[in-house]
Design a protein around this ligand. Sequence first.
Ligand code: ADP
Ligand code: MG
Length: 697
Amino acid sequence: MLSNLNQPLRTLPGIGLKREKVLEDAGIATVGDLLLYLPYRYVDRSTEVGIAHLPLDREVTAVGEIVSMQMLPGKRRRFVMAVEDETGAVACTWFAGFQYFKNSYRAGDTVALGGKLTRFGRTLQMVHPEIEVLANEGDDNQRLHTGRIIPLYSTTAKMKADRLTARALRRLLFAALEAVGNDIEDPLDEAIRKRCGVMGLCAAIEKLHFPDAISEVDMARQRLAFDEILYVQLHIGQRKKTRQHAPGRVLISDGPLARQLIARLPFELTQAQARAIAEIARDLQRPVPMHRLLQGDVGSGKTLVALLAMLAAADSGAQAALMAPTEILVEQHARTIREWVAPLGLEVALITARMRKAERVEVLDGLRCGAIKLVVGTHALLQPDVAFADLALIAVDEQHRFGVVQRAALREKGHTAHLLVMTATPIPRSLSLTLYGDLDVTVIDALPPGRLPVRTGWRFARERDRALQFLSSELGQGRQAYIVYPLVSESEKSDLQAATEAYEDLQGGALSKFRLGLLHGRLKREKKEAAMSAFRCGDLDALVTTTVVEVGVDVPNATVVMVEHAERFGLSQLHQLRGRVGRGPCQSYCILIADPQDALSNEARERLDAMARTTDGFEISEADLRIRGPGHIFGTQQAGFPRFHFADLARDGAIIRAARREAQALLDRDIDLTSHAVLKRELDAVSLRDMQIVEAG
Ligand code: ADP
Ligand code: MG
């Protein structure tokens, strides 16, 4: 954001080589970095209330001078510090960290205390308050530390060891702003700032460090948030424009294969599917590579839409690949697609990491010479020896499970290929504008007819027996069920053990009348396949499983999904798991069992309540965004999630819209931004990878 201020820190007063190194270790390498090292909190000393006048039993900030410190011996040793101002005194007590307190504070220091003020007899006291030194006795620049809003900076251990305290940082930043404040160049000229209602960059940075009123801090933050979003939007916009000039190939979208498939379907396409297919067909008929996101709730029938796009490639004599994140899902796709296209005389190849060598060689040959038109695979498709004769369409299922690099690697395999990425993770609009600005979006907004919303409830573990009774009654009627155990990662043995033990317990006890299967990621491919296909054809009544069934699995006769330790799952995960049922005409049920170690956290309770309240994926994702904030919405799997320092995607909808509008206007006038030199420079200074944008190609 301040790429012209890249001079070394030692050019500033008060910074020598040693201190420069300490700061560098904390990620502050240049003067520009220092100016963007922002306070984590502010203490308002401009409207300070005397200690005696502070309200009791509430979180307050008290400011005063340390008058005494002592260790009190006894059964519970404690460290007591008396802090005083003109109006009164407060006694602060800590029961730990004695040595630290003795070394860090001295009588005469002015400190800010954060915590609850209580009255004990005639004394005011604070137990374990947060404490921050605002000024030392005889400090030079008092006005920085008193009578105003004071910024508090976090400090690393190394910084503290070099006496770079929060106070010293405050001084340093003040000096830095005096020295180079005038060199802060604003990438947005006055016309843009006016149009978008944001303050100047120099003012914003100053206000973030030394605001005159607390309200200025948020206005300043909004300016930096605006820049962040604007850069993302400009990058995306430039790429999109460039792409529109890339050569692509025209595909025949309603050729004989596609038409035969539609004619043979045992059901009618839903209107939403038909609309999606038409939108995709329009893309495929243009000589520009398609770049489309197909978004549809779980069970909305995305696979078929993707298959029709793939058939457009086959109808044009070219090849198509479908990539999915798990072996189980890939096997399922291969099976369904084979069923659909076998009557058309088409072969579907399969590539996974664990396939036999001879088989693999055969598939690779078929792809290289073009004999195989359709292939389905895991990320094993990305291996360098997988080469295509003529790859014209790439579909990526559950795309949020893949990282930026993986999507790009697949795209390398077919240079001008059309790209269709699919997701069931519903994304709130504010997010999709930022995250998927590079993709055109098609939404399948309806489920196939006759589907009933899944009835969902959550219970504490003490009611598990009743839940199991209900589950057995469904099994007794010929339905099937999933019983899901959390698995943080496939290497977590203890969790696998939990699933395995539960399987044995259930088979020996509550569900002894039924045929149970066990399925988890650690099983050999053959075993996984065997369990999954036994479940699919009804030879198993219930699957005890881990989250390997989370995405994509489609067994319409399954009507109950029971999730153990549901409090450990994120909302979008729970929604995906629930999506394993409700795929047929029968009423389905989702039972979430909360079994927390301690008390159920408020957040977990909110998630479970949200699941019980709605089955609408969009509402779920809005709730998720509210409860956890955008950084978590995709869990750790979402490699392509942008990390913003200042923007808050849950709150900054207006800023996002303004930045997006401005980016479009700027690029429409001049895609190279030649008349905005500073903006161009800053934009070039951040790479797309740094921004962590979802890169579809
Ligand atoms: P998702 O969008 O979650 O990937 P799938 O593609 O797995 O959904 O489809 C869910 C189920 O709905 C499958 O069994 C599929 O065969 C079926 N299906 C797809 N389209 C229709 C339709 N138009 N009418 C009825 N069933 C459909
Ligand atoms: Mg699917």
